[in-house]
Design a protein around this ligand. Structure first.
Ligand code: DAH
Length: 356
């Protein structure tokens, strides 16, 4: 028992020097465990006489309590420190700048299509669609291009395998079959545009086997050539953003319109540089005409009661002209450098990543 004071201060020192919860538990076991130092002393009490046992027992109990309290306190301190360390380690630095969100570019074809839909939408046209794989009737015959008609040769048509009934579906060579489908399914008045993919077996700097067209169709009782001209002049000026853009209607031929006109816009080509606007040169941009009575009749529309106009143009071509893109093939090469140069930054959309 003489050593009790010494043991007390030893154990308390070991407690206060414990740097981890594991080390502290080791100290506890060493002092108060079954075979611990203080427990060992407790066991020696039995050998003392009653007087001495009482005094020594009390003294031991005080030390035991003191050591237990010190361990509890140290434990609280170490637990707090462990929590602090964990929090510090897991801290999120909210002041770090966010990683930049990469915004993709809109392809010039998508952009141009949107512009076309917006311009004609303002004039009261709605958008119609049709299948890419067409039958002969919609792509040719109903458009007044009967079998053996020489106009069929001009189209470089992609034919599909023959079906059981002997017919051969085609990849549509123009968006004009959407005119036919619309007239078969809707009562006039009709005022639609049909933007979409078209296919021809042709590939060079100004032709791609897959390309885009936009078709327009207006059918009503009074629709005349003046409406055709007014609509297309308005369209050309709006699309190219030139208020006084000269627009010329040149007589032409299409099997599905009569009369037919090709539309040219004014331009200059000084120094090899094409500039759209007033000038002494002309550039062809689309085909148009009054819908042929045979086309109306093929769709079950009474050509003595209704008439209208139609037009069609190549989307790549007018995109190339407006945005100065020299080679049509580059539209479909998926070259990211090209997209960064000619692509459009889409409208800012609220996003959860970049914040509202
Ligand atoms: N379908 C014609 C083509 O692909 C373009 C065209 C010309 C469409 C005159 C029309 C039109 O609707 O009236 O070459």
């Amino acid at each position: 028992m003489e050593n009790l004071d010494q043991l007390r201060s030893d154990v308390l020192q070991r407690v206060s020097e414990s740097e981890t919860l594991e080390a502290l538990d080791g100290v506890r076991v060493q002092a108060l465990g079954k075979k611990g130092e203080i427990t060992g002393l407790m066991k020696t009490l039995g050998g003392l006489d009653p007087e001495a046992r009482k005094a020594a027992g009390q003294a031991l109990n005080v030390v035991k309590q003191e050591v237990a309290d010190a361990i509890e306190q140290r434990k609280a301190v170490l637990e707090e420190a462990a929590l602090e360390a964990k929090l510090a380690e897991e801290r999120i630095d909210v002041s770090l700048p966010a990683r930049p969100a990469h915004v993709g570019r809109m392809h010039p074809i998508s952009q141009t299509m949107e512009e076309l839909v917006a311009i004609f939408g303002e004039m009261g046209f709605s958008v119609a669609q049709g299948p890419h794989i067409e039958d002969d009737f919609h792509n040719f015959t109903a458009l007044n291009i009967p079998p053996e008609h020489p106009a069929r040769q001009e189209f470089d048509t992609f034919y599909m395998n023959e079906k059981e009934d002997g017919s051969r579906p085609v990849l549509r060579t123009h968006t004009s079959p959407v005119q036919i489908r619309t007239m078969q399914n809707a009562e006039p008045p009709i005022r639609i545009i049909a933007p979409g993919r078209t296919f021809r077996a042709d590939h060079d700097a100004t032709h791609s086997p897959m390309f885009h067209q936009i078709e327009g169709l207006v059918i009503d009782t009074e629709t005349n050539m003046g409406h055709l001209k007014g609509t297309l002049i308005e369209f050309c000026r709006s699309y190219f953003g030139v208020d006084d853009l000269p627009v010329r209607f040149r007589p032409s031929f299409f099997p599905f319109t009569e009369p037919s006109a090709e539309v040219d816009i004014g331009c200059t080509r000084e120094g090899g540089q094409l500039k759209i606007g007033a000038g002494d040169d002309w550039l062809e941009i689309l085909g148009s005409g009054m819908v042929h009575p045979k086309v109306l009749e093929a769709c079950g529309i009474d050509s003595t009661k209704y008439q209208g106009f139609a037009f069609g143009m190549g989307v790549e071509r007018i995109a190339m002209l407006k945005y100065g893109i020299p080679d049509l093939r580059t539209f479909y090469e998926s070259d990211l450098r090209w997209m960064k140069h000619y692509g459009f930054v889409p409208l800012e959309m609220p996003s959860m990543v970049r914040g509202l």
